[in-house]
Design a protein around this ligand. Structure first.
Ligand SMILES: Nc1ncnc2c1ncn2[C@@H]1O[C@H](COP(=O)(O)OP(=O)(O)OP(=O)(O)O)[C@@H](O)[C@H]1O
Length: 359
């Protein structure tokens, strides 16, 4: 084995991207293309880390570097301190046993039963029949499909197929699970149940999960950490709650603008002006965190402002398990009302943003 087997950089890092670039050579009509540019990123051990970005941003390329399906053009990808780019064939086989992967289209073998699909990685690893039985049965229990062990993939729903995909990915007892758009082909309800399963596996087995998705709802519901990739570069990263409540980069803001509750109704958005005229109302977004998300602030706001307050849009939600609320309200934009509202927000530690003014 030619691998440099280094000690982990730090006990709490599962995957480290160090100055990773990936260039694809020119082929046919298309010229050379830089899919990843100097990516530095640590994936915390035990975290559920999401990579989000627009189509073509480089998400799949990034994840494929982790299990050696692609090699970096420069830089290093370390999995538990081992340089993936330095592994020979035997080293890569070992790596792939310790890194499970699930896919958007499940990638199950249609000619094998549910049991046979989950057993496959163990058969390839040369595990004997009895040990395979002993491993596969509890995995099918874990994903709630023990009764379907003799069925074929064509007889299963999408959600059931993904459960089998998850059981198969866990067969070799990996420490890291890669998820490539694993819920993108599923309806919202089935997506929720798969996300619950991923959270349970993360909590019960201590498995690190690195997932890529274009679905912000998924990131919000399940990840502890998130990185935003734009044209091959990481433009923002952090705890999901922090990034979602204080997005800094315009790509992050654009990606988050699709979340329910964050969009203004079209009629209001169209009429929004940057400065008020006499008689206009200010349109203000209030953001609540932690305990403030659970307090009856609106009735207090109406009392303090002493004027009519219209509610335009709102959502109360959880991000990474923390309560979070966003409310867009409108009230008179005269100096006195604005001053009273400002004092109320300061006294109550509310984060506010004036979005504009409407007639
Ligand atoms: N083998 C390849 N040869 C040439 N270019 C490639 C290759 N693989 C990916 N690319 C290009 O690299 C860029 C990033 O692709 P990648 O699949 O990583 O993006 P993505 O963020 O996963 O997109 P999507 O969400 O649409 O799957 C794209 O412009 C893609 O065309």
């Amino acid at each position: 084995m030619t691998a440099t087997v280094a000690k982990p950089l730090s006990d709490d890092v599962s995957v480290a991207f160090k100055g990773v670039s990936k260039r694809f050579a020119a082929s046919g009509e298309s010229g050379a293309f830089t899919a990843l540019n100097n990516v530095d990123l640590n994936v915390g051990r035990g975290s559920i880390t999401g990579i989000i970005g627009r189509s073509g941003a480089g998400k799949s390329t990034l994840i494929r570097l982790v299990n050696g399906l692609e090699k970096p053009s420069s830089g290093k990808v370390l999995v538990d301190g081992v340089d993936v780019g330095g592994l020979d064939e035997a080293g890569l086989r070992n790596l792939r046993r310790s890194v499970g992967m699930i896919f958007q289209h499940f990638n199950l073998l249609s000619s094998r039963t549910v049991f046979g699909n989950v057993a496959l990685p163990l058969e390839i690893a040369g595990v004997d029949r009895r040990a395979i039985e002993a491993r596969v049965r509890p995995l099918l229990d874990l994903v709630g499909l023990a009764d379907k062990h003799a069925r074929y993939p064509a007889e299963l729903s999408g959600g059931q197929k993904q459960r089998i995909g998850i059981a198969r990915a866990l067969a070799t007892e990996p420490k890291l699970l890669l998820s490539d758009e694993a819920t993108s082909a599923l309806d919202p309800e089935t997506t929720q149940s798969i996300l619950e399963l991923l959270k349970r596996i993360n909590a019960e087995l201590g498995l690190t999960v690195l997932l890529i998705t274009h679905e912000m709802e998924v990131v919000k519901a399940v990840t502890s950490d998130v990185a935003v990739i734009d044209r091959g570069e990481i433009v923002e990263r952090g705890h999901t709650f922090d990034v979602f409540t204080h997005p800094k980069h315009e790509t992050t803001r654009a990606l988050l603008s699709g979340l329910p509750g964050s969009k203004l109704p079209d009629a209001v958005a169209r009429g929004l002006k940057p400065a008020p005229s006499a008689g206009d109302r200010a349109v203000v977004r209030l953001t609540f965190f932690g305990a403030t998300a659970e307090r009856p602030l609106i009735s207090q706001l109406i009392k303090s402002v002493g004027a009519e307050v219209n509610i335009i849009a709102g959502t109360i939600d959880e991000i990474g398990g923390k309560p979070y609320g966003s409310l867009v309200v409108a009230y008179a934009a005269d100096a006195e009302t604005l001053g009273r509202a400002e004092r109320f927000f300061t006294e109550n530690g509310l984060v506010t943003e004036v979005l504009g003014y409407v007639a």
